[in-house]
Write a protein that binds this ligand. Structure first.
Ligand SMILES: [Zn+2]
Length: 209
């Protein structure tokens, strides 16, 4: 049973809404209906999504991506934002991916957990502008790891405390923001990328310790 990530209303045919996993303004294309009710969806686009877009303005310019579906009453580059808003947007991306990919029986990954369970890291390793979302659940751990890389340049690591992390599971998603489509790779490439991502996560974890 899906519940709205923001207001916790039960999602049904009447109030469910399509929400991009990576915001459309950042070159996202894949959508899910398991995250936000219509009302909260309208609010999220105008606030936290715009904060993340403003935060990524250098990358958007560098890769020549014109943000669409942005409330254009003011210049999006001038949009004020706080790191908390950016992290809320990142948290929503991970939660959306989690619900979309693993379709858990209950929705427990709500935004209340953001206060205590996130870490921000800026990370640079490639010029290739791909968005990457990675989820990892470990049987022995009550933590689930979420890692996002935007444009291959900005890395975010989020740890969720969740009762659902009871199986060894990983999921990887790649988005090509320039061509606005999911970036598909072979299983072999995926394994290599996951290896690489795990090294990034370890490096970040040892940095913040
Ligand atoms: Zn809602």
């Amino acid at each position: 049973m899906a519940i709205c990530y923001s207001c916790h209303a039960l999602l049904n045919r009447k109030n469910q809404s399509w929400e991009h996993i990576v915001p459309s303004a950042l070159g996202g294309s894949t959508k899910s209906r398991r995250i936000l009710c219509k009302t909260c969806n309208e609010k999220a686009g105008g606030t936290i999504d715009q904060a993340l877009v403003a935060y990524c303005r250098n990358q958007l310019e560098k890769f020549g991506i014109q943000p669409d579906r942005i409330n254009s009453s003011q210049d999006w580059k001038q949009q004020p934002f706080t790191i908390e808003m950016v992290m809320m947007a990142v948290h929503k991306i991970i939660a959306n991916f989690y619900y979309w990919k693993w379709k858990p029986a209950t929705s427990i990954l709500h935004d209340d957990s953001i206060q205590t369970h996130f870490r921000v890291v800026l990370h640079f390793y490639t010029e290739w502008p791909l968005h990457l979302i990675y989820l990892e659940a470990r049987e022995q751990s009550r933590w689930m790891t979420g890692y996002i890389e935007l444009f291959g340049e900005i890395g975010f690591l989020i740890k969720f405390e969740t009762a659902l992390a009871r199986k060894n599971k990983t999921a990887l998603f790649l988005q090509d923001p320039v061509h606005k489509k999911e970036y598909l790779t072979t299983a072999e490439d995926q394994n290599q990328i996951i290896e690489f991502v795990r090294q990034q996560i370890q490096a970040i974890e040892s940095d913040v310790r």
